[in-house]
Ligand binder design. Structure first.
Ligand code: ADP
Ligand code: MG
Length: 526
């Protein structure tokens, strides 16, 4: 969900710029400029409280800094001299607290008379509390009811802070306080289009979901494999939603292999390493996604142990992977044969008819949000014929066209649709990350000046951020190692390689760094 909304936000600037014949803007501030000038109706204008604070913050800090850190902030309450503001992610909260607490308070005092303190808190997805101070400043881009009505979904207000590209926390499964990986509320059986290539896997997935009503599917585990974009994750999420719908107290846990691994590594660091295993004992259905990413000897051993315990105890296990069990190198023979003992099924490529139906489903979803949006049969056929590789492109195309409609209100012609197909096929992202953006973000995040990052100084407080910057540049841009070296103070490509390897290795066992880098990436717009 997160990715989609982000895509939606970023897609807008791209298409608007394109249609106006401007070069595609790639800077964050470029996007906010567009927003301010092109879509006044959506901007947080009016006499709402906090507006003055925002104006002052903008004036004091500049549009860039304001846009990076304060766009997603909302004013919650003013009580006893304390102004309570909220932000959607922990990283933002920590950042604002450590860098802008003072200036934020000063600006607040201009509007909230007698303010002595600003409290920065996390905004909860499920929070239904009204915002007494602010008018709503966010823009609705998805149907909030869809989330609300789904079992297990947290009731959010479905809003998204478009400008910042930072979104509310998606819903997750949870067993005994142990949280799974995020779930997309749109990935349900109702939205899954069945065709020849996936009907078997679909039927099997349905049976697994029904197991929480006491019906034994008679195959365990269910192993689904397919190339990227063929609907594995969609089916796994659908099982989670459906099982919860059948039986809200069912203990369903969805985890990506990566998520499993991080939780495991974290548990090993804690005081009760065995507690990790025990959490799984209660699970009725365990859904593991992207098994091919299950790395690390200890992690694999633990995974094997947990799977065996669950299967021996008659609990349902579902695994999705890019490859069939026999072709996953890392699995040991025992594990491989255990995973093959249930039902192994493949999701085949999406044929044209299926692609067209998927596009229609996606279109219907958007029309739930805004019924004035429509795509002609010709446009849908053009998309279905052009986007042959996987479902992600189909989703991306509808998302972009919808964003285009919301902002431009011009009918989607075959020309526009063709542009979108071409961009998607060429892998053109709505917004490209530049090394400059990375340097700026790293410099801000670590409180190290850009000139220090580019300098020859070797103090650890500078070397580490510099290496993180190089790592991000390698990960998030298409630049070569020598090019990255040049941009980071004329360094040799071996220095960049060393940095990339070092950070990659550190990420293996440093959860905090991993989290930090994920947040940095998110803030950068990925
Ligand atoms: P995978 O996990 O196999 O890489 P996903 O489940 O993420 O693929 O699917 C990619 C996109 O294609 C998602 O938007 C998904 O909803 C869509 N998709 C794939 N197959 C179907 C289908 N049969 N019906 C509806 N949407 C589908
Ligand atoms: Mg997937």
């Amino acid at each position: 969900m997160e990715a989609v909304r982000k895509d939606e936000a970023l897609a807008v600037g791209h298409l608007i710029a394109k249609q106006r014949g401007k070069p595609v803007t790639t800077r964050r501030s470029g996007y906010s400029d567009l927003k301010a000038t092109e879509t006044p109706a959506l901007a947080p204008v009016g006499k709402n409280k906090g507006a003055k604070v925002r104006t002052l913050l903008r004036a004091k800090l500049g549009e860039d800094i304001y846009g990076s850190w304060f766009n997603a902030m909302e004013f919650e309450t003013f009580d006893n001299g304390i102004v309570k503001v909220s932000v959607p992610v922990k990283f933002l909260r920590n950042w604002i607290k450590s860098h802008y607490e003072k200036v934020l308070l000063e600006c607040c005092q201009a509007e909230f008379k007698g303010a002595t303190k600003v409290d920065v808190v996390m905004r909860q997805v499920g929070s239904t509390t009204k915002r007494p101070i602010s008018e709503k400043t966010d823009v609705r881009v998805m149907n909030p009811n869809r989330m609300d009505s789904l079992p297990g979904a947290q009731t959010g207000n479905g809003t998204v802070a478009l400008e910042a590209g930072i979104f509310q926390r998606p819903p997750r499964t949870e067993v005994g306080g142990f949280e799974g990986s995020p779930l997309d509320p749109r990935y349900t059986f109702a939205n899954f289009v069945v065709g020849l290539s996936n009907q078997f896997a679909h039927a099997a997935a349905n049976k697994v979901a029904a197991s929480v009503t006491g019906e034994n599917p008679n195959f365990n585990p269910l192993f689904i494999h397919a190339a990227v974009g063929h609907g594995k994750t969609h089916l796994l999420h659908a099982i989670a939603w459906e099982a919860k719908r059948y039986n809200p107290s069912a203990k369903v846990l969805y985890l990506t292999a990566e998520g499993f691994r991080y939780r495991f590594v974290e548990a090993m660091r804690g005081t009760e390493p065995l507690a990790f295993r025990n959490k799984f004992r209660q699970v009725d259905i365990l859904l593991i996604d992207d098994l091919e990413f299950m790395h690390g000897d200890k992690t694999e051993q633990e995974f094997e142990h947990i799977i065996n315990t669950l299967l021996d105890g008659g609990r349902q296990v579902v695994v999705a992977s890019a490859r069939p069990p026999a072709l996953i190198d890392r699995l040991n023979e025992r594990m491989r044969s255990r995973l093959q003992r249930g039902l192994v099924t493949e999701l085949g490529p999406l044929d044209e008819e299926l692609r067209l139906k998927i596009l229609q489903t996606r279109l219907a979803e958007k029309r739930d949000v805004d019924s004035s949006f429509n795509l002609s049969r010709e446009v849908l056929e053009l998309l279905a014929a052009g986007l042959t590789e996987n479902g992600r492109e189909l989703e991306g195309a509808v998302t972009r066209l919808f964003a285009n409609w919301q902002y431009m209100r011009v009918p989607i012609t075959l020309d526009i649709a063709e542009t979108v197909v071409r961009d998607l096929l060429q892998g053109i992202e709505p917004r490209r990350i530049k090394i400059e953006d990375i340097l700026r973000m790293v410099s801000r995040h670590y409180g190290v000046s850009k000139s220090d990052l580019l300098s020859q100084r070797r103090h650890r407080s500078i070397v580490h951020p510099r290496q993180i910057g190089m790592y991000l540049a390698k990960q998030m841009t298409t630049r070569s190692l020598p090019e990255i070296g040049r941009r980071f103070g004329n360094r040799d490509h071996t220095t960049v390689l060393h940095a990339v390897r070092k950070i990659t290795k550190e990420l293996d066992d440093n959860m905090r760094l991993k989290e930090e880098i994920e947040e940095l990436k998110k803030t950068l717009g990925h």
